[in-house]
Structures are given as C-alpha cells and as structure tokens.
Design a protein. Sequence first.
Length: 124
Amino acid sequence: MKKSYNNGVEATLGVISGKWKPQLLCYLGQRPQRTCDLRQKLPAISQKVLTQQLRELEQDGIISRQISGDRAPFKVTYALTKVGHSLGEILVQMSLWGEQRANQVPDMEVTHDHEGFTQLLQNS
C-alpha cells in the first residue's frame, strides 16, 4: 500500500520520528553497528523495539542489514545507506534547533549535542 503524506516534512518525519530512530541514526552515522553495540549504547531500549525500529529504517531504505557467518549465531551488522547519509544535514539542523530551543526554555534540556549527526556528514 502506498503511503500518502500531506507534505515533504510529514514524509520525512514519517521516516525518522520516534524516540529511538534519531539516536540509532546518530550511532549508525559513526560506523556500522551490530545489534549488541546498539543495545549497549541505548540500554533503555527493549530488544523488541530495537528490532522493530531497525526493520522500519531498513524498509524505508535508510539502513542496510548485512548477515555474515556460516552458521548460527550469525553476525548481523547495520549501516547507513546513501539515502540514510542524505539525512545528515536535516538531522544536524533539527538538532541545532532543538539545542537552541532548550536554551530558551527553563525546564528543558538536551543531554547530547549535534556532534553525532555532524559525524554522519563526515562519514558520507
């Protein structure tokens, strides 16, 4: 079934929205990652949600999944695709906006700056 959006911003948010997807993209922008690496970096995410988020990003063509090994347990590695790297500038700008907004609102904070997304641009 074809997804329908009212505008391009909505279509973009449809791909990257959610609590975990921006963080996953940030870590995958640094280098390809195994599932266990992502779980270490995001200890609050459940295995079920991690798997779901990774599958959605893969279905949208943002990341690729590579399986290696002759027998179980197989090594599964996730990496950004060219399309995933193309989100770099958008994510940096969104992060910068959020950081500036957090500085203006007394009861709001951003615990990590845009550096991870900047690395995404450097690795493209």
